[in-house]
Design a protein around this ligand. Structure first.
Ligand SMILES: NC(=O)c1ccc[n+]([C@@H]2O[C@H](COP(=O)([O-])OP(=O)(O)OC[C@H]3O[C@@H](n4cnc5c(N)ncnc54)[C@H](O)[C@@H]3O)[C@@H](O)[C@H]2O)c1
Length: 250
């Protein structure tokens, strides 16, 4: 996809992978809308890259619908959605205080899974209204999963389940939306040095990085953003979830 002048929406854009993806998309010429519940953070990123900032909690489906409408009015319907919003959550099923609160799990599913489905369906409906480009493509939707889906650790049952649903929707969504010229791709990051990682790994230390076969370090958000740009440009990548983890399997 030629990103020059292309309307793109990034969620979870106030920090980490979403913020860096927004910077890379802007450098590639896209007109970016940055969405996050952190109003100050998303305004700061937007000011840096001259993007449209929309504060929005993605757990509020009506607010997401409004945010996408605001983006559409400003830039036109987005051809690119990168849904980076996610919440880390490391907690035992049964801890010292008893079983994990079911509401904690519900909130996690709301932010990590339901928001992905909601944003995907709304963005796809917008993309369907666009004229296809010369190669027949109307748009690309990229969702963020996690290697915890495949290699979830003790204490990650809730988080892994909330991301597992994201992985499961990629292929059927790509099959359905392919007839409209819309690709759907997932990225499953390993260990990236962002706020989410610090929430998941309370005792973060260099031993964890040494368990990564190569390179022996946490991923850089720019490496995630580079993969996003490659996926956008390479029309053959579709209906799959790409691990980005330096070979890390715990
Ligand atoms: N960092 C890692 O090691 C890692 C590993 C696997 C998967 N991931 C996934 O990558 C994605 C990006 O995470 P990150 O590492 O950049 O973390 P991050 O904490 O730096 O960024 C997440 C962003 O999402 C926003 N957010 C959270 N809940 C929200 C809500 N309800 N509404 C709107 N915005 C909300 C936060 O304000 C934050 O800006 C997440 O989906 C995360 O689960 C990260």
């Amino acid at each position: 996809m030629d990103l020059w002048g292309c309307p793109a929406v990034v969620t979870g854009a106030a920090s980490g992978l979403g913020a860096e993806t927004s910077r890379h998309l802007t450098e590639a010429g896209a007109r970016v809308t940055v969405i996050d519940r952190d109003a100050a953070g998303v305004a700061k990123v937007a000011a840096e890259i001259d993007a449209l900032a929309i504060p929005c909690d993605v757990a509020d489906s009506a607010a997401v619908e409004q945010a996408l409408a605001t983006s559409r009015e400003a830039h036109g319907a987005a051809r690119v959605l990168v849904h980076c919003v996610g919440r880390g959550h490391a907690a035992p099923l049964v801890g010292a205080d008893g079983p994990m609160q079911l509401d904690d799990f519900r909130q996690l599913v709301e932010v990590n899974l339901i928001s992905t489905f909601n944003t995907m369906r709304l963005a796809a409906a917008d993309m369907a209204t666009l004229e296809p480009m010369a190669n027949g493509e109307r748009g690309v939707i990229i969702c963020t999963a996690s290697v915890s889906v495949y290699d979830g650790q003790s204490g990650e049952a809730a988080y892994a389940a909330s991301k597992g649903g994201v992985v499961s929707m990629i292929l059927p969504a790509a099959r359905e939306l392919g007839r409209l010229g819309i690709r759907v791709v997932g990225i499953a990051p390993g260990l990236f040095g962002t706020q989410t990682l610090f929430e998941m790994e309370k005792n973060l230390d260099s031993r964890l990085a040494r368990q990564i076969p190569f390179p022996h370090r946490f991923g850089d958000a720019a490496e995630f953003a580079q993969l996003v740009l490659h996926v956008l440009k390479n029309i053959m990548i579709n209906g799959t979830v790409l691990r980005l983890d330096g070979g890390y399997h715990r």
